[in-house]
Design a protein around this ligand. Structure first.
Ligand code: MN
Length: 452
């Protein structure tokens, strides 16, 4: 499969023709795009990819909701939906280094100087109360100013002028670290913001791990071949050669501007903050570029981000508890883990592994392997019947978590809790679950007593 978004959309057209809708009727990018995606999901239980050909105020068509289905993401990874975890883990275990090429479709059109105009892009406003138009699908590519360590991340961008945006850098994460290093040296941080990519690139960008892990090599692992990169026209930053569009930028040292409120994945519209300022030096794009939007805080956003999170958490718990059976991220900052507990204390180790592996994790529930973590009722049942709060809750105070959690007093400075909802001292020794005897279950036929 090609590494570009159009190759992926062609595969969707062939394999899932009902899941790509082209809308030619004019649409207002302020609220209407998000409203249509959410209404389709609510009123018709449908979540297709939508391509809006005729968006008011711009020549660029807008593509959204690409990631809103597990089977579509699986198609991007060339695997079955239930094999996504193992496919992702394999890409993390066996990353493939990227390859630099000389010419790229992403640079068919190059705009610099006075031709840089962010207002020519779709001015998408997602939710009521948002401070203005946001770019939600941009993946940042940047290098540590002092080494060859590269990072990719999703960062929301608020359009602030013809060549200016603000950027949300998650406090304490990798791009934030690069920016702090550059700022201490009084330097700009060169970065590129990439818009419109194959979903394998999107999933790879969201890999969670050490700052030394190269997301670009995980993207290669997901493709099964090296990711093709090209050098930016105005900097040494490397970007995917097959992207739809690239903003070549710098984060300015010592500058901040008002950003937000913005409706986020937490389900809240968090208020205004002072954030870093980005200057756009060039815009490059394909001649027929599509502009990609991510319908923020809905399935397009949530499914995309939880698959890489679950893979990383599974890997981290498995390093501590080899008999881990399942991991699920069902809600913001929350993780359920099922383990086959062979030794007392392993549930607590699983809790510590989760907190050590992902900054965002704030609540962990560990259950035995007979509980299905994908069924919230079973989790509630285990919490109610296998847990004593005074004995089984672990509190971690004064830690670092998400800076988007509205319940903290200071952005990102948070307590965390782990709940051991496994049976004590062990599932084998615990009060048995009731059942009718298996031989009766097997013998009895409904039709003998209650004919249809
Ligand atoms: Mn990273």
């Amino acid at each position: 499969m090609g590494q570009d978004l159009k190759a992926y959309l062609d595969a969707v057209k062939r394999r899932k023709p009902d899941e790509l809708h082209v809308v030619s009727r004019p649409i207002d990018p302020a609220y209407e795009i998000t409203a249509l995606v959410v209404k389709l999901e609510k009123e018709r239980r449908r979540r297709p990819i939508l391509l809006f050909e005729n968006v008011k105020g711009t020549k660029f068509p807008v593509l959204t909701n690409v990631h809103a289905s597990r089977s579509r993401l699986a198609l991007a990874l060339n695997c079955a939906p239930d094999a996504m975890l193992t496919t992702y883990l394999k890409a993390m275990d066996k990353p493939i280094s990227p390859r630099v090429v000389d010419a790229a479709p992403a640079q068919e059109v190059v705009l610099t100087g006075a031709d840089v105009d962010l207002y020519a892009l779709p001015q998408i406003v997602h939710h009521e109360g948002d401070a203005g138009p946001y770019i939600t699908s941009a993946i940042s590519f940047a290098r540590d100013p002092t080494s060859e360590t590269w990072n990719c991340a999703y960062n929301r961008l608020m359009i602030q002028g013809r060549d200016t945006t603000s950027i949300h850098l998650t406090l304490g994460k990798h791009l934030w670290e690069f920016q702090r290093i550059a700022e201490q040296r009084g330097e700009v941080l060169p970065l590129a913001l990439v818009i419109g990519v194959h979903p394998a690139i999107a999933l790879g960008a969201l890999a969670i791990g050490s700052i030394d892990e190269d997301e670009r090599a995980i993207m290669g692992g997901l493709f099964g071949e090296p990711l093709e990169l090209v050098r930016c026209r105005t900097s040494d930053v490397l970007v995917p050669a097959h992207a739809e569009m690239v903003l070549e930028c710098e984060i300015l040292p010592g500058k901040r501007t008002a950003e937000g409120p913005f409706g986020e994945f937490t389900g809240y519209s968090l208020g205004e903050r002072q954030r870093e300022v980005v200057k756009v030096r060039a815009i490059t794009h394909r001649r027929d570029a599509m502009f990609q939007d991510i319908t923020v805080a809905h399935l397009d956003h949530m499914l995309l981000s939880t698959i890489p999170m679950e893979a990383n958490l599974y890997r981290a718990v498995r390093a501590m508890v080899p008999s881990v059976r399942a991991v699920r991220v069902p809600a913001p900052f929350t993780c359920y883990v099922a383990i086959e507990q062979r030794l007392v204390g392993q549930a607590k180790n699983a809790i510590m592994a989760v907190f050590g592996a992902d900054l965002y994790m704030k609540r962990v529930v560990v259950v035995d392997h007979d509980v299905d973590v994908f069924d919230d009722r079973q989790i509630s049942w285990a919490l109610a019947t296998r847990c004593q709060p005074d004995r089984d809750i672990t509190l971690v105070t004064h830690a670092r978590g998400s800076d988007l959690d509205p319940s903290t007093r200071e952005d990102g400075y948070t307590a965390k809790w782990g709940v051991d909802a496994t049976a004590k001292p062990s599932l084998g020794a615990y009060t048995p679950r009731h059942r009718v005897p298996p031989q009766v279950w097997e013998r009895l036929r409904l039709d003998d007593f209650l004919p249809q």
